[in-house]
Design a protein around this ligand. Structure first.
Ligand code: HEC
Length: 213
């Protein structure tokens, strides 16, 4: 790598490190079906009015194991193969927010900090002393406080909302890589196959050498 490229890389990396003003909260993303499905439920009720997930189709949700009746209720008269498109049109969103809410399909991969970013962003809303809604992670954001963390006063309320943010982030992490679990499983099959093959070759080798002695 020449010096210019190295310098360029250094600039990009340090710009990334400064991008977030506050340190992000860490979330342990869950991969169990119960949590992911709870996240899907909450996202469809709380976020889907504004946000699309264009790389996920209703059929993918059924394949994942979400009850067909539930998915049917979500999709209404849209076909099973339709993507999860926002209920709000882009034009309406432009009028309300001055921006179209970004697609959430691969959001956890799109932002520095990954799932930690999404989790922290959802929880970073608070009211300034003079009552102005602010977001510490993304100060200029045009998104309202969807989970209501800015008005949650006691710890019990806050921890419920933190749980919801974790569920939703876990669902978004699944959505950004829906085949991760299958890949891991395939890895185990490959390892088992190689193990059996090694055993067979070992016995074969023993047999051949036994004859040579
Ligand atoms: C009322 C409409 C609305 C709802 C409901 C809503 N959002 Fe948003 N969201 C927006 C808008 C508008 C933006 C663009 C914000 C901007 O860039 O200023 C946005 C941006 C985002 C971003 C990207 C922030 C970034 O760094 O660019 C994420 C992540 C996000 N929303 C997640 C969610 C989740 C998860 C929910 C449900 C809990 C949700 N949103 C509910 C309108 C909404």
């Amino acid at each position: 790598m020449n010096t210019f490229l190295k310098l360029l890389l250094l600039c990009c990396l340090s710009a990334g490190a400064w991008a977030n003003e506050v340190p992000l909260e860490k979330v342990s993303v869950a991969t169990d079906a119960t949590t992911v499905q709870r996240g899907a439920d909450d996202l469809m009720n709380t976020c889907h009015s504004c946000h699309s997930m264009k790389y996920i189709r209703y059929r993918d949700l059924v394949k994942y194991g979400i009850a067909k009746e539930k998915v049917d209720a979500w999709r209404g008269d849209q076909p099973m193969d339709s993507a999860l498109l926002a209920q709000m049109s882009d034009a309406d969103a432009m009028q309300s927010f001055g921006i179209v809410p970004p697609d959430l399909s691969i959001m956890v991969k799109a932002r520095d900090g990954g799932p930690n970013y999404v989790y922290s962003y959802l929880l970073a809303y608070h009211n300034s002393p003079d009552g102005v809604l602010q977001n510490a992670v993304y100060p200029a954001t045009k998104m309202p406080d969807a989970l209501g963390i800015s008005t949650a006063t006691d710890d019990a309320q806050r921890s419920v909302i933190q749980g919801r943010a974790r569920d939703i982030t876990s669902f978004l992490a699944w959505a950004a890589d829906p085949h991760a679990a299958e890949r891991t499983q395939l890895g185990y099959y490959v390892l088992a196959y190689l193990f059996v093959l090694t055993l067979l070759l070992y016995f074969l080798k023993n047999q051949i050498w036994a004859r040579l002695k």
